[in-house]
Design a protein around this ligand. Structure first.
Ligand SMILES: [Zn+2]
Length: 58
């Protein structure tokens, strides 16, 4: 626990395709932003679109 870094910003990355969905706050060069995993709209459609449509069908 020797590295206490200041997290200035937060980067939301898609857990599926690793694309950066959005950056919250500012991420100065050299800093380590907090990584938050989410799902981008394209992957949400891919992952949940079929489930959603299957439910509608029933
Ligand atoms: Zn994605």
């Amino acid at each position: 626990m020797d590295k206490v870094q200041k997290h200035e910003g937060l980067v939301c990355v898609c857990a599926e395709c690793k694309v950066v969905i959005r950056t919250v706050g500012t991420v100065p060069p050299g800093s380590t932003p907090l990584i938050s995993h989410g799902i981008c709209p394209a992957c949400a459609e891919k992952l949940y679109g079929e489930i959603f449509r299957a439910r509608v069908k029933e």
